[in-house]
Write a protein that binds this ligand. Structure first.
Ligand SMILES: [Zn+2]
Length: 112
């Protein structure tokens, strides 16, 4: 009996994504961002409060990304890189649940 073999067969990561938990988490993040945007709204003119404006701009981007992630969850493509089609690692999805690209593609996009 060889002892170096893995005890379990590799699991398809798409099988281990708990869509209910992910959706709840994403909806919670979405809610937080929307609350923040509502708070910032009176000040989000670059001439009034540049910091609030920048925060609002980046929050709006995140809101878009979360909405896209919820769409992908619904379509059954959540967790798959939109660029190369590879599975995004569970660790990355834990840190960035609305990640649309795997770390390699993201790094490449950031570098451009
Ligand atoms: Zn990728």
């Amino acid at each position: 009996m060889p002892s170096h073999l893995p005890r379990r067969a590799p699991v398809d990561p798409s099988d281990v994504i708990d869509t209910v938990t992910v959706r709840t988490h994403l909806e919670q993040l979405l809610q937080e961002r929307q609350n923040l945007l509502r708070e910032l709204e009176p000040r989000t003119l670059p001439s009034v409060d540049p910091v609030a404006y920048q925060t609002a701009v980046s929050s709006l981007r995140v809101v878009e990304q979360i909405t896209d992630a919820l769409d992908r969850l619904h379509a059954g493509t959540y967790g798959r890189c939109i660029r190369c089609g590879n599975q995004i690692t569970a660790g990355r999805l834990e840190v960035v649940p609305h990640a649309a690209a795997c770390i390699d593609c993201q790094n490449h996009a950031d570098a451009v």
